[in-house]
Write a protein that binds this ligand. Structure first.
Ligand code: SF4
Length: 263
């Protein structure tokens, strides 16, 4: 290694956020994710947003069942693991008991809008002052890549070997647009992590969602599209390209609702 390369190797370009745990055993946790999985980036976005908003550790994370549920062990904040899909119910109780605390769920699309559709719709209906982060990777990842509520039309999964057919499996659910239709929702957006620019934009959405909770406006929701290379049968790089070419055509990115008060 020449001198210039040695200097570059020592340069730190992105520190680990303080709210993410760093014990040596955490390497085992991160190793649970497949190569190219983007769920760990969601943890970074949340931790960085908390630091920048000055929330510190005055927060409670409500986890989930599924690949996204692995994140429950990664934060230096109070955490609760609910039953499958019950995150919004648990978050509701915690927020009502501790209104001064920022309470949020991190759920996969299966946990949030399939198994957990009832608790999710209930929280939207009541306009609970919580934040829901939903990871959309267009399939049930943990259990081997089955059809999920967000599976694209024509997408091959283990339960749709010929591709998703509207006549038998229906159409993908547009959760961010759905959330925006509820009166008690203050903020709803969909971001993606397939390019550095979209990562930055998605972080802005997550920060805004937490800010709306801090302002006590209403429920805030962010859907984040992430790559699941192993179940998409793509390399990590090809998975990012597929998001840019196909996934965001079905799921447009942007803010669908952003209000600072609810009449
Ligand atoms: S199955 Fe998909 S979502 Fe789950 S860890 Fe692997 S890449 Fe990530």
């Amino acid at each position: 290694m020449n001198e210039e390369a040695k200097g570059m190797a020592k340069e730190i370009v992105a520190e680990k956020p303080a709210l993410l745990r760093g014990e040596p055993w955490m390497d085992i946790l991160w190793d649970l994710f497949c190569p190219g999985c983007q769920i760990p980036m969601v943890a970074r976005i949340i931790a960085e947003s908390f630091e920048e908003l000055g929330i510190g550790d005055k927060a409670i994370m409500v986890g989930a069942v599924g690949c996204t549920g692995i994140l429950i062990a990664s934060f230096n904040i109070d955490r609760v693991s609910p039953a499958h899909g019950r995150g919004p119910d648990v978050a509701t109780a915690l927020k009502r008991i501790h209104p001064e605390t920022t309470v949020f769920t991190v759920q996969g699309d299966g946990d949030c809008i399939a198994i957990g559709a009832g608790p999710f719709l209930g929280a939207l209906t009541r306009g609970e002052k919580i934040t829901i982060i939903m990871v959309n990777n267009t399939n049930f990842g943990t259990t081997g890549g089955q059809l999920g509520p967000t599976t694209l039309l024509g997408q091959v999964t283990t339960t749709t070997p010929r591709g998703r057919e509207p006549s038998s499996e229906g159409y993908p659910v547009h959760t961010a647009e759905l959330a925006a239709t509820f009166k008690g929702v203050a903020y709803s957006a969909r971001g993606s992590l397939h390019t550095p620019a979209e990562f930055r934009r998605t972080k802005k959405y997550v920060k805004t969602a937490f800010q709306r909770q801090l302002d006590g406006v209403g429920l805030s929701f962010v859907e984040i599209i992430t790559a699941c290379p192993v179940n998409w049968h793509l390399t990590p790089v090809k998975a990012l390209e597929w998001i840019g070419e196909e996934v965001i055509r079905e799921f447009p990115l942007g803010e669908f609702k952003n209000v600072t008060s609810i009449e």
